[in-house]
Ligand binder design. Structure first.
Ligand code: ZN
Length: 150
């Protein structure tokens, strides 16, 4: 068996999340709430990658993601989800940045109402290509790569 195959053992059914920038693997775990799942989850960090210097891979057995994958665009827009049925990749989904991000990232304006009241944040993605978000409440623009997660 090739070395690569041993590192990432196959799963029968589920989702393999690939091309995660190495330093962001655990942010992905948090965003998808993987620590609360009851199905087996395998988290791999620092694999060699042609596209990225090092990448993370997460395998989640018997779980198929839907809307929550748009959250991943906050940490890494180029993540690929491989949908596995019967050990075969039946679909590859790429993460698409949504038009709005609700309750996912913090506003970096300390005076913003969302930092002073118990409420969800809401951002409009005003420039998807460059990852520019605009706070719905204080209208401050911020870089998607620099925001903190809620
Ligand atoms: Zn704000």
């Amino acid at each position: 068996m090739a070395k690569k195959e041993r590192l990432v053992a196959a799963i029968q059914n589920g989702t393999v999340i690939d091309h995660i920038p190495a330093g962001k693997t655990f942010q992905v775990v948090n965003l998808l709430g993987l620590t609360t799942l009851e199905t087996p989850v395998t988290i791999g960090c620092n694999f060699e990658s042609k596209k990225l210097f090092r990448k993370g891979i997460i395998k989640v057995e018997d779980k198929f993601f839907t809307d929550e994958i748009s959250r991943l665009s906050v940490v890494a827009p180029n993540i690929v989800l491989n949908i596995i049925h019967n050990y075969e990749v039946v679909e590859k989904k790429t993460v698409i940045t949504p038009d709005e991000l609700r309750g996912i990232v913090k506003c970096n304006n300390p005076k913003c109402i969302t930092n002073n009241e118990p409420m969800d944040t809401l951002f409009h993605v005003v420039n998807k290509e460059n990852g520019i978000l605009k706070c719905h409440y204080c209208e401050k623009e911020q870089d998607i790569n620099k925001v903190e997660l809620v």
